[in-house]
Design a binder for this molecule. Structure first.
Ligand code: G6P
Length: 614
């Protein structure tokens, strides 16, 4: 969702900015733009609806010179995606240009005040209001740009990551953040600015992540200066990036999503590395060690997340209740934050987020912290906002996930939750040593079993042809497979735009069964588990109504094979680990159906990878 790139240094800024925008495409956007100071007192702003390549095309004949510039990918909030609403936005005098990620909640009031002062507006955006406000404050108080930004931001309610350049000062970028991510890359005689590290990594591995209400004064040939809204200067904390460039490339795969699906055997090993000791049959998570007492005395676990991460949370609920005997509630962060939830100081809140930037989850965390709860983050992006705003946590360590539809991050989230549940269960004495060791050792076998399933890719691709006709799908599962039914349906919706519903198999007869006819594909997860026989009864109900059944079964399954129209066979594992296997064919199925339908798999319409607005 909205991406920011900036550059100031000795090189031509335009190619660096465009490359940076391409790196941020995965976040989701619908228009883009760039502002450049060409060194001859000309602040050029170019914008285009559509892809970054459309912007490049429209800039082909334009003056793109300049060693300082800012660029943006916009995901529309206020006003439709078009050239006018795209960023950067000029101030009234065209002396300033601004890019913005976030939402200015009080923009209407601020806009009315500015209109009274004679300001006019070209776009419908909240962003244009902010740059006009900054110019108004600058001119009316006769102050420099930094002071104007500081004063203006004090009037703003909402979330922002911004970058501004000024025609009169080609040696300066001012950037600031609140609730939206922003990082400054420090090179030799140059600085980079970006929403995340991906546009920066090929130039430098030194970054400074801005904190809320901090302003960065980025000046040519001067050290980086960071000051907060109250004018307190802070020494920049430099973080060394561990990410490598190849992680951001497709590596021979047609899409990032396919690459990420195929990476899962490795990413899950990376996720377990240093945590599971196979020789001693032991699991330790550094985030838990220092807070053992909290976990031992937890009255309840609250899991907060959105989207796919919420599905991982549902599996977490089953794991914690089964192994630790701690009551668990799983909530969408967006609902939790607005419904006056009861939070106890001895609750443990687990916030799950791939990006670590999801605005609703961040707000839900703040609420939990205010109520005195201990908050544990499970995130993938190192240094992102959630890990920095939680008491402790575990990274999933799967490397950058670029495909908007989450795959490898999901399986790693489930793996972390499994390791946590086993670790806490042992600490609380709630699990037998035999069960603990068995599950742990089977968890170590999961990557190899996923590898086996990935060999079914050609078969699943073939099968996908059968389903491209469908306008609707139903996914069913029970127990641990129920969240996978939800996740399978979500994956299909996200990237193929086919309507799909996930349901607990037994609930089907309370509604969705009315939808079943010979046209309706029903995907049933029917692996050998404690509800296997019950699931078979549900399959019979579908069969009786002529639904087309695609079943995910274990090898050597005869009963389901006899009833299903299509089957995909996966290896057996422990019931609690089955989600890590059964989700893989569903990821592949969605992928191939979407490809066959000609969809933009990595950047599906309307979706964003990093949802930084509520
Ligand atoms: C968006 C993404 C999903 C993701 C969800 C939660 O909707 O498209 O893939 O599951 O946000 O994001 P998070 O980064 O918090 O896991």
């Amino acid at each position: 969702m909205c991406g920011i790139v900036g550059y100031i240094g000795k090189q031509n800024a335009y190619p660096i900015l465009i490359k940076g925008l391409h790196r941020l495409e995965y976040r989701g956007y619908d228009s883009s733009g760039v502002a450049l100071l060409n060194g001859q007192n000309k602040l050029n702003v170019y914008k285009a609806k559509g892809r970054v390549s459309d912007l490049e095309e429209s800039c082909a004949t334009k003056d793109t010179l300049g060693t300082v510039g800012i660029a943006h990918t916009r995901w529309a909030t206020h006003g439709e995606p078009n050239n006018v609403n795209a960023h950067p936005h000029y101030s009234q005098s065209e002396n300033l240009a601004l890019i913005h990620n976030g939402i200015i909640e009080n923009y209407a009031v601020l806009k009315a005040g500015l209109i009274n002062e004679g300001y006019t507006f070209q776009s419908e955006t909240d962003t244009e209001v902010l740059i006009q406000l900054i110019e108004y404050v600058k001119v009316s108080n006769n102050v420099d740009l930094y002071t104007a930004v500081q004063l203006a931001l004090k009037q703003v309610i909402g979330a922002y990551a911004i970058a501004i350049i000024e025609n009169a000062n080609p040696d300066l970028i001012i950037a600031a953040r609140k609730s939206s991510p922003l990082a400054v890359g420090i090179g030799k005689d140059e600085f980079f600015l970006a929403s995340d590290a991906s546009p920066i990594i090929e130039y430098t591995n030194k970054v400074v992540y801005l904190e809320d209400e901090e302003i960065a004064i980025i000046q040519r040939d001067e050290p980086l200066k960071i000051v907060n809204l109250n004018n307190h200067e802070k020494t920049p904390q430099i973080t060394k990036l561990e990410m490598n460039l190849s992680a951001l490339e497709k590596g021979g795969y047609e899409h990032f999503m396919l690459k990420e699906i195929f990476e899962q055997p490795r990413t899950l090993r990376d996720c377990m590395r240093g945590r599971i000791n196979v020789e001693n049959n032991n699991v330790t998570l550094s985030g838990i060690i220092d807070h053992k007492a909290k976990f031992q005395n937890a009255r309840r676990i609250l899991i907060l997340a959105c989207g796919t991460s919420w599905h991982a949370g549902l599996i977490g609920e089953y794991l914690f209740e089964e192994f630790c005997r701690i009551p668990v509630e799983v909530e969408y962060s967006s609902e939790f934050r607005y419904r006056h939830p009861v939070i106890f100081p001895d609750d443990i809140v687990i916030a799950i987020s791939q990006s670590g930037e999801t605005a609703d989850t961040l707000a839900a965390i703040e609420l939990a912290k205010e109520a005195g709860a201990f908050v544990y983050g499970i995130c993938n992006v190192v240094g992102s906002s959630i890990p920095r705003n939680t008491h402790s946590g575990s990274y999933t360590h799967v490397g950058p996930e670029i495909g908007v539809a989450s795959t490898k991050a999901f399986t790693a989230q489930v793996t972390v939750l499994t390791m946590m549940a086993l670790n806490i269960a042992k600490e609380r004495g709630a699990i037998s040593q035999t069960r603990y060791e068995q599950t742990l050792s089977e968890l170590s076998n999961v990557p190899a079993k996923i590898k086996e399933i990935l060999e079914l890719n050609p078969l699943i691709e073939d099968l996908s042809k059968t389903f491209t006709y469908a306008h609707n799908f139903i996914y069913l599962g029970r127990g641990y497979s129920y969240p996978i039914a939800l996740e399978g349906a979500l994956k299909l919706k996200e990237i193929s735009y086919i309507h799909a519903e996930g349901y607990p198999a037994a609930e089907m007869k309370h509604g969705p069964i009315a939808l079943i006819d010979q046209e309706m594909p029903v995907v049933v997860i029917a692996t050998h588990d404690s509800t296997y026989e019950k699931t078979i009864s549900n399959i019979q109900e579908i069969k009786a109504r002529k639904g087309r059944i695609l079943a995910i079964v274990n090898k050597d399954d005869d009963k389901v094979r006899a009833m299903a129209d299509f089957i995909i066979e996966i290896p057996e594992t422990e019931e609690c680990l089955a989600p890590l296997l059964s989700v893989i064919p569903l990821q592949l199925l969605s992928y191939h159906i979407a490809v066959k339908k000609g969809r933009d798999v990595d950047m599906p319409r309307n979706l964003a990878k990093s949802v930084t607005v509520e």
